[in-house]
Design a protein around this ligand. Structure first.
Ligand SMILES: O=C(N[C@H]1CCCN(c2cc(-c3ccncc3)n[nH]2)C1)c1cc2ccccc2[nH]1
Length: 249
């Protein structure tokens, strides 16, 4: 799959594409990321990509014409991708659909798309109306730009690519794939400042360890995000043993 990122800050992406376990997905081309510097598509002498808002008010608005030229260049460049249908155009905004693991799984099965990273006070609405097919949010808060949500989405998608995580099962165990929050994790030393690692984790009984981890995920999810329990139940992701444990809480 291929993602084309239209941004004023392409240098923000490099460190996240070249380090960590997800590096394999980007370097292998499983997730092909192309960065497009919007300013290269500004044609006036000052290479303007923003201007004052009509109607007055604070800040600046990203201009439609450089964005149209950048998107046209992206589509021309992607055009050779087997004549794919028009790519998804994803804009990042607090008003978008909340990014969750189900959406990440869905996108990880797709062909990618164009990631549109806004800055200033936003993008000319005419461009958004003409081209955006999906608006996504990291949460109900305002950032300085759409780049961090774009990086987060690329990371989450890359993690799900075959061969990226050493233990292929690990993202199956990735409790979010089961709709639950993660269980606690421990490593050496066994005893730190009087705090002992839970004995079951040292027992070597894999079935008991798996059950203990599942119960911790259920317990933490019930305490912090009870709505996820209801969603997992509705999705048929809870076993009879899970339900017995939840009833005991
Ligand atoms: O799209 C917006 N801003 C543009 C330009 C300013 C920086 N941008 C941005 C994206 C985000 C964002 C994206 C996804 N998830 C959380 C925040 N915060 N700020 C992108 C935007 C800012 C904003 C504030 C309140 C309600 C809606 C809003 N939309």
């Amino acid at each position: 799959m291929r993602f084309d990122v239209i941004t004023l800050f392409p240098e923000l992406f490099g460190p996240h594409l070249s380090q960590g376990v997800t590096r394999r997905a980007f370097e292998s081309g499983q997730v092909d990321v192309r960065l497009w510097q919007l300013r290269e598509h500004a044609e006036d002498n000052y290479r303007r990509v923003d201007d004052r808002p009509f109607g007055g008010g604070p800040g600046m608005v990203m201009l439609i014409e450089p964005l149209e030229r950048a998107l046209a260049a992206v589509k021309a460049d992607r055009g050779g991708q087997g004549g794919e249908a028009a790519p998804a155009v994803i804009h990042f905004s607090p008003t978008g659909r909340r990014i969750d693991q189900a959406l990440v799984r869905e996108l990880a099965q797709g062909t990618g798309g164009v990631l549109l990273c806004g800055r200033y006070e936003g993008i000319d609405q005419r461009f958004l109306d003409r081209h955006v097919t999906l608006e996504l949010s990291l949460g109900d808060f305002v950032l300085s730009g759409g780049e961090l949500p774009a990086i987060a989405l690329l990371d989450a998608i890359a993690r799900l690519q075959e061969g990226v995580l050493n233990d292929a099962a690990s993202h199956q165990q990735d409790s979010f794939s089961a709709g639950l929050l993660d269980c606690p994790h421990y490593s050496r030393p066994e005893l730190f400042d009087g705090q002992q690692v839970p004995a079951v984790l040292l027992s070597g009984h894999h079935a008991q360890i798996e059950r203990w981890r599942r119960e911790r995920s259920l317990e933490i999810t019930w305490q912090r995000r009870p709505e996820l329990i209801a969603a997992a139940r509705a999705a048929g992701l809870l076993s009879k043993a899970d339900e017995r444990f939840l009833a005991s809480l």
